[in-house]
Design a protein around this ligand. Structure first.
Ligand code: PRT
Ligand code: ZN
Length: 211
């Protein structure tokens, strides 16, 4: 019996996800085919997937656990449990408007068009604040939307802020502070739970040693 963990195949979370497992003392064959890989010294099998697919694979039980940005974990709105915050992949999901836009509070976005890849998180936030806006879902290059007349504002991930700056935008509201999280299927059997406990113990030890 092996616990199956889904991690991002390539992208911003790939290196740190694999590094965390290695720091937990888990070794892998190099020359893995990058679809799946079995640990040599721990009952763990790694599945390499697109980050967007990880919540579904974990809720369906194809993977038992996964490492994914909290932004993706919440946006996909699947039945999964967040087990542990992992301290890397930090960013924020923010609303931004053109620099010339006179912004004096969220209510100025009433009736406006906001482009985002995070319609669920944005919709939930606007609703909690009692603001009604038109959410325009696009899958990439969100930050160019205001410049080409597609939207009045955007809601996207920000880390340094330089992408916003380069596109003439300013950040006005932070709606989520995100980092990579360990998520789990919500009904793991006892055998899998026992392996997860062992893994979690090591992850927590690694995280403590870094503080
Ligand atoms: O191929 P796959 O679908 O797996 O990858 P992806 O392209 O969807 O995701 P990827 O690798 O870009 O990001 C994976 C995760 O990293 C995200 O879900 C976040 O949890 C986290 N993360 C951390 C970020 C950033 N920082 C980040 N800055 N994800 C994206 N960005 C982008 C942002 O969208 C914007 O375009 O970087 C740009 C802004 O960066 P700054 O530094 O200019 O502000
Ligand atoms: Zn993705």
């Amino acid at each position: 019996m092996k616990l199956k963990i889904a991690i991002q195949k390539s992208g911003r979370l790939f290196d740190d996800s694999l590094r965390l497992l290695r720091e937990c003392g888990i070794e892998f064959n190099n020359g893995v085919n990058k679809l799946r890989s079995e640990a040599l010294n721990f009952p763990l099998e790694v599945l390499f997937l697109r980050d967007d697919d990880i919540p579904q694979y974990v809720s369906d039980g194809v993977a038992d656990i996964g490492i994914v940005g909290e932004n993706v974990a919440i946006e996909k709105n699947r039945d999964i449990r967040t087990i542990e915050r992992l301290g890397f992949g930090k960013c924020r999901l923010s609303i931004a408007v053109p620099r010339s836009f006179e912004y004096d509070g969220l209510s100025v976005l009433e009736g406006k068009k906001i482009a985002t890849s995070y319609p669920f998180l944005l919709g939930r936030y606007l609703e909690s604040k009692g603001v009604t806006a038109e959410i325009h879902e696009i899958s990439g290059s969100v930050e160019i939307a205001p410049g080409i007349g597609l939207a009045d504002a955007i809601c996207d991930l920000v880390s340094s802020g330089s992408t916003l700056f380069l596109n003439g935008l300013k950040e006005t509201e932070v709606i989520l502070k995100s980092e990579a999280v360990l998520v789990a299927h919500d009904a793991l059997d006892a055998e899998r739970l026992a392996i997860l406990e062992r893994l979690l113990f090591r992850i927590q030890a690694v995280r403590k040693a870094k503080r």
